[in-house]
Design a protein. Structure first.
Length: 68
């Protein structure tokens, strides 16, 4: 006697892909963009806010590279 095989029903095809992002997937890039925009807008305060002189030098080099 042969046994019947059960196949899974195929999922219904939708028009698009439903992807949900966690909140930080949008918040972190927006925060990084805002910080970089503030650094470009007023680099003098960015150097004053840095705790180490090396951080200010790195930010200054980045700004010089972007302005070229």
């Amino acid at each position: 006697m042969s046994a019947h095989t059960h196949t899974r029903p195929h999922p219904k095809a939708t028009g698009g892909v439903d992807i949900r992002l966690p909140w930080w997937a949008l918040a972190l890039p927006m925060l990084a963009f805002a910080v970089l925009l503030l650094l470009i807008a007023d680099p003098a305060q960015a150097q004053a806010a840095g705790g180490e002189p090396a951080v200010g030098q790195i930010l200054e080099r980045i700004q010089q590279t972007l302005s070229r």
